[in-house]
Design a binder for this molecule. Structure first.
Ligand code: NAD
Length: 467
């Protein structure tokens, strides 16, 4: 902890000494971090009024400033290191990749497409317009990635944003909010486009939810926070939990499937909500799949007593994940069991029945249960059960188009990845933009600027149709 405090205080000093002039203006001095939630919201409201009157090209400039600031090597390294140190979750190298992805592949203002209708009656356009001040709740698992991603999308949409980060990611979130506001201030943007409170807490989140100046709530997290915002009486976007299953059938390229599954499952120590959480493999290829997983960094536990010991170690009495093991490496988990694993070990694998707790629970650790199924249809059925109606993410390795379509249709997940690691579904290796707020429950999907906008109609009667 002391290391984090030293780094934060050193970096804040650097921000302050680099631009001493800026500190004559108390408003900018805070760089978006306020003592109370009401102050953070009031400042955000004032900023949004200014942003609303600016040109779209200005918004795009601000988006580019956010990208550039987050991608500056020293910032990227500092944020990624602090995120791991403060939350105790994930892997530094992978945080670098995730922060880079958020900064590079979150769409900007080009996402705001105008619909136009013309005819004898004139012209009618429908445009994506800002909600105003957005209250965004962010998770411990992607603290900085979500702030970068949401800030770009929301500001591109003409909104300002008040963040309510997880208290365990307070310092790194503050660091990022200050960093972005400082860079935005230097670029001439209105102060406080992005704000938060000094002490994030459940109480402060509730104040944010209840404040009438917040026009839209966006929750990225587990079931509790998603149902809280959805029952707020306000427009809310919920990006909730997943438990992504993987199906591998006999037509798949098994060597590639094994490598893809290990790579996806071990990415940032399995904390992404889209990461592979359990595998259903057709019996005829299951042994070969496991063999190839072991060649790619899988550590197999075959003794069921050891599996029991592992479950006791990493889960609570209620069956959920122990916070102290969320986002830890396979090597670390094995060491706590007295097993000395080498650095190539990425994922702990084991064969279990489909009802096993490791299959049902979203643990967010590189522990991957494998269930044998008689055939592909049975594997798809098991996957459907394991996904538990989250409709979040699913993966399939197969060359059988009919069965690929069957699984995609049955599971109805927001992301369905075929023949790749799960992260390809969020733009890392696959086509398409990225998002760290994947809104399954409320249907926006991989959110972007337009997800945070209101549709408004504007028309001119009897003119401007040139057909
Ligand atoms: P979490 O639900 O514990 O916390 C998420 C946020 O909600 C935090 O800011 C937390 O402080 C707040 N929160 C939680 N309960 C609250 C309550 N009762 N009142 C007020 N605030 C509350 O989740 P986490 O451990 O930080 O993140 C992991 C979870 O988020 C996983 O379930 C994962 O699948 C999900 N997630 C989903 C997405 C997505 O895009 N769908 C992205 C990342 C994470």
């Amino acid at each position: 902890m002391r290391v984090i405090e030293q780094l934060v205080s050193q970096a804040l000093k650097e921000i302050q000494t680099e631009q001493p002039g800026l500190f004559h203006e108390p408003e900018i001095e805070r760089y978006g971090v306020f003592a109370t939630m009401d102050e953070a919201i009031d400042a955000s409201e004032a900023a949004q009024k200014k942003l609303l009157l600016e040109k779209i090209s200005k918004r795009q400039e601000y988006v580019d400033v956010i990208r550039k600031t987050a991608l500056k090597r020293e910032n990227l390294e500092l944020l990624s290191r602090l995120a791991v140190e403060e939350t105790g979750i994930g892997n530094y190298e992978h945080k670098l990749r995730k922060n880079t992805l958020a900064a590079e592949k979150t769409p900007g203002t080009e996402d705001l497409i105008t619909d136009a209708l013309t005819g004898d009656g004139g012209i009618t356009i429908t445009e994506y317009c800002p909600f105003g001040v957005i209250g965004a709740i962010t998770p411990t698992t992607n603290p900085t990635e979500t702030i970068i991603n949401n800030s770009i999308s929301m500001i591109a949409g003409g909104n300002t944003v008040v963040f309510s980060p997880h208290p365990r990611a307070k310092k790194v979130s503050q660091m990022l909010v200050k960093m972005l506001n400082k860079a935005l201030a230097e670029a001439g943007a209105p102060a406080n486009l992005i704000t938060m409170v000094e002490e994030p807490s459940i109480e402060n989140t509730n104040k944010m939810i209840g404040n009438p100046k917040i026009r839209l709530l966006v929750a990225t997290g587990g079931p509790a926070i998603v149902s809280l915002v959805l029952s707020s009486g306000k427009k809310a976007i919920g990006a909730g939990a997943g438990n992504p299953p993987v199906v591998v059938d006999e037509t798949a390229d098994i060597e590639k499937a094994a490598k893809d599954i290990i790579d996806g499952c071990s990415f940032d120590n399995n904390v992404p909500c889209i990461a592979e959480k359990e595998v259903f493999a057709v019996d005829s290829i299951c042994d070969y799949l496991i063999h190839n997983m072991k060649l790619n960094g899988g550590f197999e536990i075959t003794d069921m007593e050891m599996v029991k010991k592992l479950v006791e170690l990493v889960t609570t009495d209620k069956g959920g994940p122990k916070t102290s093991f969320v986002g830890k490496s396979a090597k670390y988990i094995l060491e706590q069991m007295g097993i000395n694993a080498d650095h190539n070990i990425k994922v702990i694998i084991m064969e279990v029945p489909k009802e096993h707790l490791l299959v049902r629970e979203e643990l967010m650790m590189p522990i991957l249960p494998i269930v044998r199924a008689a055939d592909v249809d049975t594997a798809i059925e098991y996957a459907y059960e394991a996904e538990q109606g989250n409709r979040h993410t699913a993966v399939m390795h197969s060359k059988n188009v009919e069965k690929l379509s069957k699984m995609a249709k049955l599971l109805e997940t927001t992301i369905f990845v075929k023949n790749a690691p799960s992260y390809a579904g969020m733009g890392a290796g696959g086509e398409g933009h990225t998002s760290f707020t994947i809104a399954g429950p409320t249907g926006e999907g991989l959110t972007s600027a337009r997800s945070f906008c209101r549709k408004r109609r504007c028309l001119l009667s009897d003119a401007f149709s040139i057909r």
